[in-house]
Ligand binder design. Structure first.
Ligand SMILES: [Zn+2]
Length: 255
C-alpha cells in the first residue's frame, strides 16, 4: 500500500488545515502518502490569517484559499471579513470556503447577501471559487452561474442530479470526499460526473464514520473513487491531480 502510494502524486483540494493539531505530523503523513499539494481553505478572519501563516510555513506544499463560511457569518463581522478578503484575496489561490447552508441558523437572506459580495470579490481578483452548497444546491449554483467566474468547485457535492447536470453543463467541478465510502447521494454524483470534472479532497479534520480525517486520508477518497469509476487507481490519481492543478493554477511538481 505504502509503496504504491509513493508513486502517486495527489492534491487534497479542500482541507481545514488551521483546525488540525498538531499540524506538522499531518503534513508529514500527507507527504508519505504521496500528496504533493494541500489546498487549505479559510472560514473567517482568524482562520484566514492562520491559513496564510500555514502556507508560508509549508511553501510548495500548502496553498491558501481564503473565505467566509456561511456557518461563521455574524452581522457585526461581515464588513471586517469582506474588507480583509478585498485586501488579501490576491495572495490566495482561490476564494473559499464560501457558499450557502440552509441547515444552519444564519438567515438565508443574509447568507445570500454575503455570498453575492464574495462572488464579486472572486470576479474582481480572477480567483476560482470553492463552494459549500449544503441544502442550497439550486440557489448556490444559480448565484455562481450568474457571475462571470469561470472556475467553481461544488465541494462534497451530494445534491440533486438536475442541479449536478447544470453544474457540469457550465463546466464547473465537484469534489469527492471520504464520504464516498457510505453516502449514496455523494456516490451517485460521482458516478454521473465525468472524471474530467472531479477533484478529490478530505475536508479534514471532518469525521467520516466517526473517524477524524487528515490530508493523508485522501488515499481513501482516491480508492473509493477508482472503485466507483471502475478505473485503475493510478489513472484516477493522474487525472484528478491534473484537474486540481488546472483548477487552482498550480505548477507541475518539479520532483
Ligand atoms: Zn470544508
Amino acid at each position: 500500500m505504502k509503496n504504491e502510494n509513493m508513486t502517486l502524486e495527489l492534491i487534497d483540494a479542500h482541507v481545514h488545515l488551521d483546525m488540525i493539531r498538531p499540524v506538522e505530523p499531518a503534513v508529514d503523513n500527507a507527504r508519505s502518502a504521496g500528496i504533493s499539494g494541500i489546498v487549505a481553505v479559510g472560514m473567517d478572519l482568524l482562520s484566514n490569517l492562520k491559513t496564510l501563516t500555514l502556507a508560508r510555513r509549508f511553501p510548495g506544499m500548502v496553498y491558501p484559499a481564503l473565505g467566509y463560511h456561511p456557518w461563521n457569518i455574524r452581522e457585526d463581522d461581515i464588513d471586517k471579513n469582506l474588507g480583509f478578503l478585498d485586501e488579501q484575496l490576491k495572495n490566495a489561490i482561490a476564494l473559499g470556503e464560501v457558499g450557502l447552508d440552509y441547515k444552519v441558523k444564519v438567515k438565508k437572506e443574509l447568507q445570500q447577501r454575503v455570498f453575492q459580495s464574495l462572488l464579486g470579490l472572486a470576479e474582481k481578483y480572477g480567483k476560482p471559487v470553492n463552494v459549500h452548497s449544503r441544502y442550497s444546491y439550486e440557489r448556490t449554483h444559480a448565484m455562481v452561474a450568474a457571475t462571470h467566474i469561470p472556475k467553481a468547485v461544488f465541494h462534497w457535492y451530494s445534491g440533486p442530479m438536475e442541479v449536478l447536470d447544470k453544474i457540469l453543463d457550465d463546466g464547473y467541478f465537484i469534489s469527492a470526499t471520504p464520504a464516498l465510502a457510505y453516502s449514496d447521494k455523494h456516490r451517485e454524483a460521482m458516478i454521473r460526473a465525468p472524471l474530467s470534472n472531479i477533484l478529490i479532497e478530505t475536508d479534514a479534520p471532518v469525521e467520516f464514520n466517526g473517524k477524524a480525517s487528515e490530508p493523508a486520508t485522501l488515499v481513501e477518497t482516491l480508492h473509493e473513487l477508482a472503485r466507483l469509476k471502475k478505473l485503475p487507481v493510478s489513472e484516477v490519481a493522474h487525472i484528478t491531480t491534473k484537474n486540481s492543478r488546472k483548477f487552482y493554477g498550480l505548477k507541475e511538481d518539479p520532483g
